[in-house]
Design a protein around this ligand. Structure first.
Ligand code: ADP
Ligand code: MG
Length: 311
């Protein structure tokens, strides 16, 4: 079976400026891929070509094996997309909006009713289903946008920065909905300029800058590729420079950055056994360790160095 999303040598030229530059990417069925890159990297342009809102200057894009340029209707039949937050009619309710959008798609009334109920549950908006959209927050409108994109039961979702412009609570709500979808038969391709967001909710990353793919793989593999990780340590009592010095000489410790007196970060490279030994060695120094936690900064340094190298 074809991969749900296949991009081959995709290029978009805006008057000689390549916003997308010979991009190749495959998204496997049931994966949740974060399309990560800084502002201006070419994410929206790529997604607009995928969803037939823009035409490519070169290369191909296939959705479920169908060429988007040659047969957009069939290519997009099994795809739900949120590219720009749609403007909803403020005086309509979510039920009325979804009914209207379903009928535009030629869905039967019965089918629309069943799907309206289902998608409103998916985006946790059942209790707002009869409230006028004019009263909604940005986050609620974005959730409705996701519901609308799913009305025709697609198994592939393409989302351009779905949490962008939302307040922190709205961001969390949208992320939770996307994470819930992972339990079902969905392939999700979501762009973001936020590394932490991609690390938190996606299982793999396609990193793009200046229209080019810089790295693609599971979050775990990319982090492994950097060889080192950051471990955040909190202790009960303040530490002095002697203790910091001792820790910095333990095997595998590349660097130690003190935060406040009861808190520091260790950049560590080594196997899990070595990491376990580091923890027990710190305890033999008499430290009462409150928390010893890997944090995602290693991917951040990879991200920064890849982006720097591409410039
Ligand atoms: N219609 C357009 N005309 C000219 N340049 C454009 C157009 N749309 C986007 N660009 C440029 O293409 C680059 C990529 O933009 P975009 O795909 O929106 O990036 P991202 O979504 O990753 O922030 C940017 O430098 C942007 O200025
Ligand atoms: Mg964009």
């Amino acid at each position: 079976m074809d991969d749900p999303i296949v991009i081959e040598n995709l290029t978009k030229d805006f008057n000689g400026f390549k916003a997308v530059d010979s991009l190749n990417l495959k998204v496997e069925r049931k994966s949740f891929v974060g399309f990560l890159g800084p502002n201006g990297a070419g994410k929206t342009t790529t997604i607009k070509i995928l969803t037939h809102l823009l035409s490519a200057s070169g290369g191909q894009a296939y959705l479920n094996g169908v060429d988007v340029t040659k047969d957009p209707k069939n290519a997009l039949a099994g795809v739900g997309a949120v590219v720009e937050t749609p403007e909803f009619y403020p005086y309509l309710t979510p039920i009325e909006t979804l009914q209207y959008l379903g009928s535009l798609r030629g869905m039967s009334n019965e089918y629309i009713q069943r799907r309206t109920k289902e998608v409103l549950e998916t985006v946790k908006m059942t209790e707002w289903s009869k409230t006028r959209i004019g009263k909604f927050s940005k986050g609620m409108k974005q959730r409705l946008a996701i519901a609308q994109a799913m009305i025709h039961e697609p198994h592939v979702l393409i989302l351009d920065e779905p949490t962008s412009g939302l307040d922190p609570r709205g961001m969390v709500e949208v992320r939770n909905i996307l994470q819930d979808l992972r339990k079902g038969d969905y392939t999700i391709f979501m762009s973001s300029h936020l590394l932490t967001e991609v690390q938190e909710i996606c299982e793999s990353v396609a990193l793009i800058d200046r229209g080019k793919l810089l790295a693609h793989g599971s979050v775990a593999t990319l982090v492994e590729g950097t060889g080192s990780k950051d471990i955040d340590v909190r202790i009960l009592q303040p530490v002095d420079s002697y203790v910091i010095d001792r820790i910095s000489n333990f095997e595998g410790v590349e660097r130690i950055v003190p935060g406040d007196p009861r808190h520091f970060t260790i950049t560590f490279k080594g196997r899990e056994e070595d990491q376990a030994r580091l923890l027990s060695e710190m305890q033999t120094l008499g430290l009462k360790i409150v928390s010893f936690k890997e944090i995602g900064v290693a991917l951040e340094s990879l991200y920064m160095s890849l982006i720097k190298d591409s410039r």
